[in-house]
Design a protein around this ligand. Structure first.
Ligand code: SF4
Length: 172
């Protein structure tokens, strides 16, 4: 187990006092730098900055940041949820640490695609089946990891196979 001890803190971000959103951080007694390339290799949408020794990851509406002695999460609806999410992240780090021998570490920095790059590969029919008014709105939400490709049923149609392959490759 990599992380055995930590202090948990849940708070309302100082830039938004009184907001109905919470952030949380776990202060660690262990340096988790070594696990970051393994997390980078396994977490969809992770951005690893080797020079800064930091990794960020969009998980749904949450932004998560891993630092050597800290894991932080933002944009959580309530205190209990923030605490639960953070504990889940600590479990994730420990599970990844246990199976690191089976993972090829990745120290590259992957860039998130822009909404326009995503939009260009969508069917552009504005059919609304994904629940959005336009394909561009869907692209914005894909870029922010608030939607996933499976929510656009049109992409399963044979004429969009090439676009789907392209989207799969840029949205890793
Ligand atoms: S379901 Fe797909 S094609 Fe239809 S509006 Fe949404 S993104 Fe566009």
């Amino acid at each position: 187990m990599l992380i055995e001890k930590y202090d948990l803190e849940v708070f309302t971000p100082p830039c938004d006092p009184g907001a109905e959103r919470y952030a949380a951080r776990a202060r660690l007694t262990t340096d988790i730098s070594e696990i970051m390339p393994y997390l980078n290799a396994t977490l969809d949408g992770a951005v690893y900055l080797k020079g800064a020794n930091a990794l960020t990851w969009k998980k749904g509406r949450h932004t998560i940041a891993f630092h050597p002695y800290e894991i932080a999460i933002s944009n959580v609806e309530n205190r209990d949820g923030a605490e639960k999410e953070l504990k889940g992240l600590i479990d994730l780090v420990n599970r990844t640490w246990e199976r690191r021998a089976d993972i090829t570490p990745d120290t590259t920095t992957r860039k998130r695609p822009t909404p326009m790059a995503i939009y260009k590969l969508l069917p552009n029919t504005n059919c609304k089946q994904c629940g959005e008014q336009t394909c561009y709105t869907f692209a914005l939400k894909l870029a922010a990891s608030q939607k996933n490709l499976a929510e656009c049923p049109s992409l399963a149609e044979p004429q969009y196979t090439a676009q789907r392959t392209g989207l799969d490759s840029i949205l890793i």
